[in-house]
Design a protein around this ligand. Sequence first.
Ligand code: GCV
Length: 665
Amino acid sequence: MEWEQCWLNYHKVDYKTSPAFQHIYHNSDDCRVLSAVQELKTGLSAMLDITPFSSNQQPERTQQSIQLVILTDQLDRYGLEGYEIALDGNNIKILAATGAGILYGSFSLLRGIAASVPLEQLCGIDQPSAPLRMLNHWDNLDGSIERGYAGNSFFFQDSNVLVNSRTRDYARLVSSIGIDAVVINNVNVVNDAISLVTPRYYDSLKKLSTTFEAYGIKLFLSLDFSAPIDLNALETADPFDEKVQSWWNRKMQEIFSAVPNLGGFLIKADSEGRPGPFSYGRTHADGANMLARAVAPFGGSIIWRCFVYDCQQDWRDKSSDRAKSGYDNFMPLDGQFLDNVALQIKNGPMDFQVREPVSPLLGAMQQTNQILEVQITQEYTGQQKHVCYLVPMWREILQFHTYCQANNDRVEDVISGKTYGNQLCGMAAVANTGNEPNWTGSDLAAANLYGYGRLSWNANLSSEQIASEWIQLTFSANPSVVRAISDILISSWPAYEKYTSPLGIGWMVNPGHHFGPNVDGYEYDRWGTYHRADFEAIGVDRTSGGTGYTRQYFSPNFETYDDVDTCPEELLLFFHRVNYHYILKSGKTLLQHIYDTHFEGVDDVRRMISQWNSIHGLIDETVFQRTLERLNFQLEHAMLWRDEINTYFYRKTGIRDKHGRTIVS
Ligand code: GCV
């Protein structure tokens, strides 16, 4: 096998109740049900050494069977994607109102068996938290991947769309964690990607979307707003121009008839140089609605990104604040978007830093469908060369109280439709996959992909539960292995935060590729990402007396962030400009805290390495060695971060470390 199976390894298990499962009965030949049957056969034969046969004939009484039963009249009970697992004598029943529900139920049963959970504990009804659980791939048609750290694309090569057995294994992997929508191409739509919406690609897209359909996944494409111009059809892309509108209407008619199972389109407009409605004096709502009208007859959706900001700023100008721009651009448009438009909002107001406050736009738009966007690919969190388990960060975001109303005000409520009753909402994440044999480059980075899927399905799962599940399915159920890897994962985000940029200030990375320390890398640039450190203080005053960003939050978040005494310290420098002598709750000065955390972060990585070494011999040797190699690199690199950051502040301030440790000066 040229590629690995990650959490679908289906190791042999010594399953206590040892069910014989001679027969898999299914009452429907829906393509998702047939995928479920296939997966059950693969999983059960590998894990339990049995080879059940499948049929749509009712099982005999004496047979121990798994029964996959679609109950179309039970939509209210199970929803479009939910399922029930029930025990009935010798039989296990998976009941659902749709084929997708049967598929998710089957993956859940297999997951339970793989983790040796007793059958009784697997019983019950389960439904996803977020209706849309999307992956966004930033894959380009030449095979490269923007911010990809796991090889090249397995969707594209030399301007062709690839559909092969790896595509099917991808669909199995992501469907098994509940993903129901995938955007295959980069939001920066350039070169041949512009032509994805032309007949040149329809046959291969049809093949791909049919493969996806069998795993309950809708295909989405990123769209070029200027396609009418870039495909040489028209001289304008003005959404108010009737020629433009009818061009899009015809285009959508054409592509939806040629490519079944197409969910719709994702658009990055007027953002970092991408074309958009601003060029014609139109709003984002004007642009999105034009496309929404064109896809509506086919049940399609338009997902419009809110990553809109001025990327031509002057660092000398302290009045402009990039953090404010998402809210400033979109809030005035609340209520203007059509029902089949959803706004995709990055988790923070800047750009996937190791620590950011939750975007104030989430929850604020009461009459607009919202999707939370997170980043699995570790652009700013170590590029898969550092272990950084991101599930705890995403959990914090989902649990955040926006105070947009008295109840059901957490981000999780907003994006699951509980707050405002939306149907089109959910989560999207930038994928971390590529064509490396282990899919994610770093073996431990697969925990983030797995964790994203599981969390978007069930926002109540804890980071520890998800980690332990993933470790058991991927590596081994040996308690020493589970404990060691789980400890590494759980300590990794805090460690990364400690040895990189402090207290929510972000950035301090090398420009362009964003890897490694460079404290002033973006300081005098046009991107609006400044720390403004001088010899006395650091941080940006975003309070009501500063840029006014804090005012974008509902009360009491506004007051909490606005006051330096109540602002959560992990975000102190995001919201406030603070003197190096400022005393933190720990009793330490700000500067001493910076020094200390940078030493601690490196020690944390040392501890991770010894934990990893403790499982030598208990997991596959190749995986052990290649991960050890990455961890050793991480240690070196964490030391570089520590020394560059600490030296920078020592040179700025001339204040020594209280503990007299070596700061390279
Ligand atoms: C796909 C950041 C990244 C870009 C990315 C952009 C976005 O700026 O560095 O690579 O572009 O975000 O989310 O659109």
